[in-house]
Design a protein. Sequence first.
Length: 567
Amino acid sequence: MKATELQKYALPYAYLFTAKGKFSILIHILFLFIACKSGQSDQPRKVFRYNVDTGLSTLDPAYARDEFIIWGVSQLYNGLVQLDSDLKVQPAIAKRWEISDSGKTYTFYLRTDVYFHDNKCFTNGKGRKVTANDVAYSLGRIINPETASTGAWILNNKIDVKRFIDNEYQPFIIKNDSVFIIKLTKAFPPFITMLSMPYCYVVPKEAVEMYGKEFRSNPVGTGPFRFKLWEEGVKLVLEKNPNYFEMDKGKRLPYLDAVEVNFIENKQTAFMEFVQGKLDFFDGLEGSYKDELLTKNGQLKPNYQNRFRLEVNPYLNVEYMGFLMDTIDNAREDLPWHNILVRKAISKAIDREKMMMFLRNNIGLPANGGCVPPALAGSLQTQNVQYNLTEARELLAKAGYPNGKGLPVLVINTNKNFADIAAFMQKQLKEIGIQAEIEVTPGPSHRSSVSKGRLQFFRGSWIADYPDAENYLSLFYSKNKAPNGPNYTRFVNQEYDKLYEMSLTQTNDTLRWQNYRAMDSIVKHYSPVLPLYYAQSLRLVQPWVKGLKNNAMNSLILKNVDIEKKN
């Protein structure tokens, strides 16, 4: 290594004695070590390595309730359809499909070259061809009470689940081995996108019956990778499926030989593994290494720009503060937060641009619109809320609380991951005369209190289950009131409910989006929530990784990934 190369990593002398400086020294030493070793060895097999810091509870798609489980099962299984990088529905096991004019009948024409992975559950251990029976079994399995799938809601209110379970009718029709039909009780336009969810992945009955509860750790699917070994809490290894059906420019996918998942609980330790080149991909940044790597504008600092790639993508995730519009034991009209003018004043008092720059390194977009993220909202982004202290003070005075006089203390309820933003809001609200206190509780306790209606002003977050604006607008439908649904603010508006119900069965996209815009305007007017920012996914990727795609669902799509020779 030349002296000029060493100079690139030099740090200011005084900086070395700060806490952040000590962390930076460790990173720079690792960079020097890696640079000196470069070119000494080649990686014979193409293995993609990433880390999961929370561990995995299952590899059964019927329980794919969190991102890391979704990442794992997405390598092992396929559904009828899949989403591409633009969130457009594409063929998977189904090569094409038809939707009836009524919007209630879906006919899928299956590929005839899709096979389950080789496994001892099959005759002679050889994976068999997937048929329409497997699709019917898999969808029936997630609504079977004995399965207790966290994805049963997908088909609730879409088919008559009770009659299906009682064998009184059959919504899944098998015309032949390669034609599968679903009959809904009523139209639901986003349904085709819901079928791309991991809950709907196709599994073989033989494997589920052979392994029973241990199917969670003995997955058998059709995906680009097949199960090799899983030492829980240590390592998961998936190997290339040589019989995978998808092609890329005439070449059979996947390009990788294997995928290795590590389970390093300490995220800083995992980050150091990435810096050393022992991980090919690192998702999310936090703590000291976030500020060490990124500028306030969310760019890699010069010292790191040639070490790895920073990829920032839209993410269907909105972070917000919610107002409880009533309580379970009768609405209380005396709460000042029930006054629309007070809620609007609070919203205008928050400088979201400043918040994002100083607290999130501009990773994410200030939520000056509604609750639907820009990646889905399109023309919904109207009537934007702008930071304006003068208008905020005027609204408070108009509400009968000049300079905040007469208002009780506003308690900002949050978890520790959001405490910095709560402190920022506390300071901002003081400028218009609103005194605020912060109450930080552990995540599970916070979520429970929000669901039970115990908190007047609370931190909330919504990550899309499927890419349709309806998924966000459902947060304000009165029949979805918590604890039985995601309407945590308990917002009630008859006009909104009417529009929402109309949109559920409206098969004309133009008319449906007219309803969406009207609903969005109602929410913005009444302000039951204070949207703070639309999240973005942030990934660090090694330079030798090629073809890693992402979408606004933050999917981990590895079938197209290739690894070039490490320099």
